[in-house]
Design a protein around this ligand. Structure first.
Ligand code: ATP
Ligand code: MG
Length: 423
């Protein structure tokens, strides 16, 4: 992609109406634009990141046996009446139609999927079943000041599991705990699996929390548990959301006696054992091997895709801009042409074409009227993992290589650049 043709460019000024780091950086760097509070438009760079995160999640859900669907955002209000959540779901948007209809604007999809599952699940042979979607959700949040961390409209992956009994559901629930850890690790996020309340969904749940000073959640956790999440085995697994926590900071961990810590966090995922709550409400049953009717047992599993994007920016940035982990970066290489000499322009074209041919996603700052200083500043702000510079000084057939977040630069041959990307 040539930067001169990119739809959105960077801006120098912080947006006046944003307080969060993720919104400020993503707006300045040209990834998103605010529509109204809590609602953002994704521009070409932003959509590339969102799609990369979605694709990681999609791959992991498919590997876990999930089948992808796309469910409606406008939902039948009668289904919401049936579960009692028309009244009890405090952030539900209700939409009045001019034709005397009223809809729920989907904040979650039990009320859509479970009545539909009644049509297709009839026997134990139809179970287990795992359905998921990646879709826009709507919630009438009271405070939407944290950029992508708290939207009134946001992208979520939600998976729903259907089982013959609780033992089967909990076996899958345990499997999903591992899948979640891996999914977040792939996008660069270290998460702490945290016990929490289940809200209108279930009696308890497990949240995936990222330690971050700007987070809206707070957890009490055992530091040796955090080590275990780094891949080091440990017998200790204590982490609870402070909204329900059975322990306080500085008390002893009930498992290993270490001192418990309290930290601010961002909830990027949440899994719930729904049990029979929604299957009962909609009469979702199956015939067991003896031909007897049994109620289906369910679980649900959410990941905030757009919130994860915001969380990544909150965790990975410096005073110059964003530092994208490679797996979610909009492009892998940011090529900068410093001067307008024929040698530099020819050399830039060659680098651009060869890298593209090799399958490296590359953004080329080919603007002619912009100073080197401005190009470097834009490059740091946008946060693509590798900066490549071509200039008279660097020389013919050579490229200066620098990784975002590191200071070291090295001048190498184009072949070496290609080899590094291959690795
Ligand atoms: P919170 O406690 O932050 O309001 P929640 O617990 O109500 O979120 P869930 O119903 O668990 O949210 O939704 C599943 C996931 O969707 C969350 O773990 C989070 O990552 C994401 N999510 C929920 N609400 C929002 C929102 N308003 N904006 C962006 N992402 C959200
Ligand atoms: Mg939650």
């Amino acid at each position: 992609m040539k930067y001169s043709q990119l739809f959105a460019k960077t801006t120098k000024q912080d947006p006046r109406d944003e307080v969060s780091i993720n919104a400020k950086l993503l707006i300045r760097a040209g990834f998103i634009r605010k529509e109204v509070a809590g609602v953002y438009n994704f521009l070409p760079l932003g959509l590339r990141v969102l799609n990369k995160i979605s694709q990681i999640v999609r791959e992991e859900m498919n590997a876990a046996g999930g089948q992808e669907v796309l469910l409606s955002a406008l939902q039948n209000s009668q289904s919401w009446q049936k579960t009692g959540r028309w009244k009890s779901f405090d952030v539900l948007f209700k939409v009045k139609s001019q034709y005397k209809m009223e809809y729920a604007l989907g904040p979650t999809h039990e009320e859509v999927l479970v009545p539909m599952a009644v049509e297709f699940i009839s026997s134990y042979r139809d179970l287990p079943l795992y359905l998921y979607q990646i879709q826009v959700k709507f919630r009438d949040e009271p405070r939407a000041k944290s950029g992508l961390l708290r939207g009134r409209e946001f992208l979520m992956k939600d998976l729903y599991s259907f089982h013959t009994d609780e033992a089967a559901m909990f076996a899958f629930y345990e499997k999903m705990k591992k899948v979640y850890k891996k999914t977040f690790e792939r996008m660069g996020l270290k998460t702490i699996e945290t016990k929490a309340a289940g809200g209108t969904f279930s009696a308890f749940s497990h949240e995936y929390q990222v330690i971050c000073e700007s987070g809206e959640d707070e957890i009490i956790y055992c530091p040796s548990f955090a080590k275990a999440t780094d891949g080091k085995p440990s017998g200790c697994h204590f982490a609870e959301n402070t909204e329900i926590a059975s322990r306080r900071a500085n008390e002893e961990c009930p498992v290993c006696k270490s001192k418990l810590r309290q930290v601010k966090t961002i909830e990027v995922g949440n899994i719930f054992p729904l049990r029979d709550k929604y299957s009962k409400a909609f009469g979702l049953t199956y015939k067991d091997q003896r031909g007897k009717d049994q109620v289906v047992t369910m679980g649900c599993y959410g990941i905030g895709i757009s919130r994860a994007m915001g969380a990544i920016v909150e965790v990975y940035h410096d005073d110059r801009g964003i530092i994208w982990p490679r797996s979610v970066a909009p492009y892998q290489a940011h090529l900068i042409t410093i001067d307008n000499s024929q040698l530099t322009i020819d050399s830039s074209k060659e680098v651009y074409q060869k890298l593209q041919k090799a399958g490296v996603e590359i953004l080329w700052d080919d603007q002619e009227e912009v100073s080197a200083g401005e190009k470097f500043a834009d490059c740091d702000l946008i946060g693509i993992p590798v900066r490549l510079v071509v200039s008279k000084k660097v020389g013919k057939g050579k490229v200066e290589w620098k990784e975002r977040g590191k200071e070291k630069t090295s001048v190498i041959d184009l072949d070496e650049v290609l080899r590094r990307f291959k690795d």
